[in-house]
Design a protein around this ligand. Structure first.
Ligand SMILES: *Cc1c(COP(=O)(O)O)cnc(C)c1O
Length: 454
């Protein structure tokens, strides 16, 4: 082990150096991938020297997602305290299904869940669990909503036409999940969003009424707390009223924006969340823990047991259900995703998490201001969002993003709203400062000057 830890240290040091000089990896053409890197597996063992050299080459040719020039997805940066927890969790290699094999890490996971329950204002019956990713937490919430509608489904399957509601701007995992849970993707109703990208509650009610008149069975509403592209927060409070009126299950998908619970200033964006039945949050997005750190919270733990508990004599041999988290999990073996979040939270405190969240909004504001003051830009974003959607000099967003990538200059993606395609710049890397955002604009502008005929 010691030898491999040394190899690990050497390679990581090279990576950190490389990130300083070359913050964006030159992309390898997929056609050339197997010629550039030796990825082959064969009957014979690799020679030690070749093996290490090869490892190093693979690492250094991997797209860099932790530098200040990566704005491509909803994660970024490398918080060293969170990484410390993650690396230790890998060394310990526990599985979170029982107290017998996870020990204190059960307490760590429970502590995090408990603190989040307090922050969102769910009552003392609430509980939650970590899952493999945000999509999976929404899947779990949808299953609990289905079974809460009719617990007989657990035994006999879905026999009626069950329909759910989500905004057309919501995450693509919802229709996928609808197929997995047996209601079918045609039974997801996509509610219109207003010009800011928020679900229109009047349209929601219209759709519910139509389904009821048609004899269908509405059972669930998904509200999005920060949509993936525009970063819009659905009006949870109003949606919760609608949910109460029709007695459905409200899930709040906070995979992207749920972390505003840590901010005194921005938690207003989740107003009404305490009235939801379930809530999900990804710490690997706004808070910058390593992938994945995804949690789902439910206002009554009974639903977790109703939907996910199974007896397994070979597994649950000691301790009570409260300590054997496998009983409320979608998975059997489950990696420890709690420790990295705990090491971050413990070391910076809740006030430190608040600073991380507020910083994203500050940087987004500074970026919008920059764009508003520059005639070459068109802005599509609104306040209270950490994504900045814009076009530059009327050049197709796709062209700028793809050329920046090909030339290893910057990593940024494009998105679409209301028929318009634009560059989507995200404020998600907790280490970024205002200078990093201004640096983005400068590099992009210089690149366009040099590479485009405008
Ligand atoms: C990212 C995202 C998800 C999915 O989370 P993963 O961890 O990537 O599976 C769900 N909903 C929204 C709004 C998201 O932005």
């Amino acid at each position: 082990m010691n030898k491999d830890l040394q190899i690990f240290n050497n390679i990581v040091n090279k990576l950190l150096e490389e990130e300083k000089t070359n913050p964006v990896t030159k992309p390898i053409d997929p056609e050339a991938l197997y010629k550039t890197l030796d990825l082959s597996l064969s009957e014979e063992a690799s020679l030690e020297g070749d093996f290490v050299k090869n490892l190093e080459k693979i690492v250094l040719n991997t797209p860099k997602t932790a530098t200040n020039l990566f704005f491509n997805q909803l994660f970024g940066g490398r918080n060293s305290r969170a990484y410390l927890g993650e690396l230790l969790a890998v060394m310990l290699n526990n599985s979170m299904y029982t107290y017998k094999v996870a020990g204190p890490h059960i307490g760590i996971e429970k502590t995090i869940i408990k603190e989040i329950i307090k922050l969102i204002g769910f009552g003392n019956k609430a509980d939650g669990t970590f899952a493999a990713g945000g999509s999976m937490t929404i899947f779990m919430a949808m299953i609990m909503a289905r079974d809460a509608y009719n617990l007989d489904i657990v035994k006999n399957g879905v026999l009626n036409k069950m329909v759910m509601y989500t905004s057309k701007e919501s995450h693509y995992s919802i229709p996928k999940n609808a197929t997995f849970m047996g209601i079918g993707r045609n039974n997801v109703r996509y509610i219109k969003a207003d010009k800011h990208g928020k679900m229109m509650v009047s349209e929601l009610e219209k759709a519910i009424k139509e389904d009821l008149e048609a004899g269908n069975n509405p059972f669930c509403i998904n509200a999005t707390a920060s949509t993936t592209v525009m970063g819009a927060f659905d009006p949870i409070d109003e949606i919760a009223e609608m949910n109460k009126k029709y007695n459905l299950w409200l899930h709040v998908d906070g995979a992207f924006g749920g972390s505003v619970i840590f901010s005194k200033k921005y938690k207003k964006l989740l107003k009404g969340v305490e009235k939801a039945n379930s809530f999900s949050i990804n710490a690997h997005k706004m808070l910058g823990t390593p992938l994945s750190t995804s949690m789902v919270i439910v206002n009554d733990k009974k639903h977790l047991y109703d939907s996910f508990s199974n007896e397994a004599n070979y597994l649950y041999q000691t301790d009570g259900d409260d300590l054997n988290l496998g009983k409320i999990s979608l998975q059997c073996g489950r990696r420890n995703d709690a420790f990295k979040f705990w090491t971050l939270w413990k070391s910076v405190g809740t006030s430190g998490l608040e600073k991380i969240v507020d910083n994203h909004f500050d940087l987004a504001q500074a970026s919008r201001d920059y764009i508003r003051n520059n005639k070459d830009y068109t802005l599509y974003s609104f306040d209270d969002s950490v994504t900045i959607c814009f076009n530059y000099k009327n050049i197709p967003a796709k062209d700028i993003c793809n050329r920046l990538y090909e030339e290893a200059t910057l990593m940024v993606g494009f998105g679409r709203f209301d028929g318009t395609e634009f560059i989507r710049l995200v404020c998600i890397n907790p280490e970024n400062t205002k200078e990093d955002m201004m640096n983005f604009f400068r590099i992009m502008e210089e690149f366009v000057e040099k590479e485009f005929d405008v």
